[in-house]
Design a protein around this ligand. Sequence first.
Ligand SMILES: Nc1ncnc2c1ncn2[C@@H]1O[C@H](COP(=O)(O)OP(=O)(O)O)[C@@H](O)[C@H]1O
Ligand SMILES: [Mg+2]
Length: 351
Amino acid sequence: MGLFDNMLKGGESLIKMEEALDFEFLPKVLPFREKEQRFIAECIKPLFQSRTGRNIVMYGPPGIGKTAAARHVVRELEEQTDDIYPIYINCWQNNTSYKVMVEICEHLGYRLVQNKKTVDLYKVVASMINKKSAVFIFDEIDKAEEHDFLYFILEDIYKKSICVITNFKEWVVTLDSRIKSRLTAEMLEFKQYNEHETKEILKQRADYAFPPGVWEDNAFERLAKKTYEIRDIRTGLFLMRESALLAEEQSRKKIILGDVEKAIIKLENFNIKNSAELDEDTKFVLSIVKDNSGKKIGDLYKLYQEKGGKHTYKTFQRKIEELDKGRFIATKKQKGTGGNTTIVEKKLTDF
Ligand SMILES: Nc1ncnc2c1ncn2[C@@H]1O[C@H](COP(=O)(O)OP(=O)(O)O)[C@@H](O)[C@H]1O
Ligand SMILES: [Mg+2]
């Protein structure tokens, strides 16, 4: 056996399909959420008979498949019918009634939003959707700064189901009574996965992302156990990627227990680190993201420069990456007209 047979060659990667490790990746099937998906489907069903549907509040802690389950239903709906508009909106990025309406118009393919006020957009949206029916999913609804758009939909859209997703079911209590009395929603709780489920979900994802045989058994066991302890699949995906990168750094073709252990230490260090421990410039970058959540990385860099930031774009990018890994912020890729760009968002906690 040659000395380098078990080593990766330059440029080779252990990962077969990088996107599968993205948080936004939506697997073809979503095990252990069949019951929840069926429940959502039941609430939507009346729309197929041209009646109005029921509303749902989906709630549970982060990283346990709420968004994934909702997006899955949207995907199936898109495949099944053209008579129901599936409208998925993240209220973290779209936290005002105006932004929500612009986003809905985008879904409907209506482009003439410029110079229109929120009330004008309400009219446009109502006239378009009321020819058919719609399922609205408002994810991270607790990040919405106003709820007028809900009132509008409840009052002026005839056939619809509204699904809101929140970490805290108490969110409902914060609604003002004119909305609460109209919403009358079913409560759908998402419970945490048990150890077996956690492991199976990670295994499914690993099968997408890695060629067979890359993971040593005990390494994968450790990953699954840790993820179960943390009770957040997202953290499991982070550990998966980090472990793979650590193995790659060693040009190894296998991911071993040591890689996972190192990735876990890294995760713990990041978690312990609070924003007070970041260097001054990184704190400055963080404050810009905090005030401008949801913007493109290039635009954030411009703001950084305008406010006196001195570093190059490359360094800025590295700081964003560092903050992302430290879970102070979240980034995601978005396809735009000029190619892919990164959208940077603030996190709920750590501020
Ligand atoms: N039952 C499941 N099967 C497969 N993947 C899952 C499942 N539940 C969660 N995931 C994955 O875990 C990650 C976090 O899930 P997500 O739906 O974003 O969590 P939440 O919205 O509850 O915070 C996503 O990448 C998602 O694809
Ligand atoms: Mg979510």
